[in-house]
Design a protein around this ligand. Structure first.
Ligand code: COA
Length: 393
């Protein structure tokens, strides 16, 4: 078995048969292969690995070059996707071999965190990943936002075809990358594919600045307006976009929009009827998972006060003793020398860092052991803080 890094140009021959069999109805029409080949221009910067036997790829996976804000620090992030193996080669450890090489290569190229959408979280838990929230979807009748229809707001919304609104949407995402915990963006090469998408873009502006943007499409007259993630810099941007949706009251029966797990749509209006859900099932709608690939790179993250030495056993990228010190609002991570007060899997450490589990929950979930005396400092270092990944890949 040979493990090999391949270029985007080689993906059509090597990875398309594995991916299309795994993820598409099959046998597939020939144009699907041609469409895949054309799309590879957007994967030129991805890191791709395959396991080959006799020149035939039996398993493959890729890492998209992305960036992510984790507790105020922006990291290069490996967005893992295109994971598939040939049905007759499954359960032979080939994907393990591919993923281990892929993550090491991504780390060596400077990616300090990683994220993915799992077909089954227990599979990726074996590779050190831990779950973070899936986006919420709010569904409501535009009548519910009646109070906004005539409201005088200090800004305006412009409706543009995606191709014309794309640059401002990307700029807003870059701004949110700097501001929001968990938020992730693609590199320019991968993002460029979406410029041609058949979506409208509603761009909210105030004081000459973009304060919100949301791609959307109208399903049918009297039907549904379906919107992607409602991105805004704050309450004004959100109100402007909601006002824009409210003005579709005579045109659509429902609006469906994706939101951050922290959003509370029932507070958007009085008598506002809304269903907010995060439907998670497998293999199609998994909640995203994340992991740390490099411990010293966490230095500079926002953190509470504390000083704890932890041990991460059994992880080739992050294993060892680490001293975590939070002082003046920032974290410093150095090699540890003291006796560890907690033993954490990299999934357990990632859960604390990303703010989704506290030390008690980490222990209950089997992601480590924590001395009683270390619980307080670990909670203080990593207060609960729900991340919003937003990007879907
Ligand atoms: C999921 C898939 C990629 C696994 O490939 P594979 O080559 O069988 O995986 P491996 O043999 O390398 O298994 C790696 C580890 O995961 C474990 N594992 C395999 N399938 C698993 C499952 N469904 N649930 C939990 N663990 C699983 C293996 O036991 C092995 O554990 P170990 O290395 O700790 O002993 C393959 O079945 C596939 O292509 N499925 C269809 C496409 C798909 O769902 N891709 C994932 C998209 S996110």
């Amino acid at each position: 078995m040979e493990f090999r890094q391949i270029s985007a140009a080689e993906r059509t021959a090597a990875m398309f048969p594995l991916q299309s069999y795994a993820f598409l109805p099959s046998p597939w029409p020939e144009e699907d292969e041609a469409a895949y080949r054309r799309r590879m221009v957007f994967f030129r910067t991805a890191i791709n690995f395959v396991a080959e036997e006799g020149g035939t790829a039996l398993a493959g996976a890729a890492a998209l070059r992305m960036r992510q804000n984790v507790r105020g620090k922006v990291h290069d992030m490996a967005g893992v996707a295109s994971v598939a193996s040939h049905p007759s080669a499954r359960r032979r450890g080939l994907v393990r071999g591919v993923l281990e090489r892929l993550l090491r290569q991504a780390r060596d190229e400077g990616h300090t965190v990683s994220a993915l959408y799992p077909f089954r979280p227990s599979f990726y838990a074996r590779f050190g990943y831990v779950g973070i929230p899936r986006h919420r979807t709010a569904t409501f009748a535009p009548e519910g936002l009646d109070h906004l229809v005539r409201a005088e707001l200090a800004g305006e919304v412009e409706r543009l075809p995606m191709t014309d609104g794309f640059d401002e949407w990307q700029q807003l995402q870059q701004r949110l990358l700097g501001e929001r915990h968990g938020f992730a963006v693609y590199d320019e090469t991968r993002a460029a594919e979406f410029r041609g998408d058949k979506w409208w873009m509603a761009v909210a502006r105030a004081g000459g600045e973009v304060v919100g943007a949301v791609p959307y499409r109208v399903g049918s007259y009297g039907g549904e307006l379906e919107a992607e993630n409602l991105l805004s810099t704050g309450p004004l941007g959100r109100a402007l976009l909601l006002q824009f949706f409210a003005r579709h009251v005579d045109q659509v029966a429902r609006v469906r929009v994706k939101l951050d797990a922290d959003d509370v749509p029932e507070l958007w209006g009085t008598d506002f009827a809304v269903t907010t859900e995060a439907k998670v099932d497998h293999p199609r709608r998994g909640g995203p998972m994340v992991r740390v690939l490099d411990m010293p790179a966490l230095t500079g993250s926002e953190a509470g006060d504390g000083d704890v030495t932890i041990e991460i056993p059994d992880d080739t990228l992050t294993g060892g003793l680490w001293r975590l010190v939070g002082e003046g609002g920032r974290l410093t991570v150095t090699k540890g020398t003291a006796t560890p007060e907690a033993t954490l899997t990299i999934g357990g450490l990632s859960a604390l860092l990303y703010g989704v589990l506290d030390p008690t929950e980490v222990v209950l979930r089997g992601l480590g052991t924590v001395d009683g005396a270390a619980e307080g400092p670990l909670s203080s270092l990593f207060p609960r803080h729900m991340p919003y990944l937003c990007a879907d890949f």
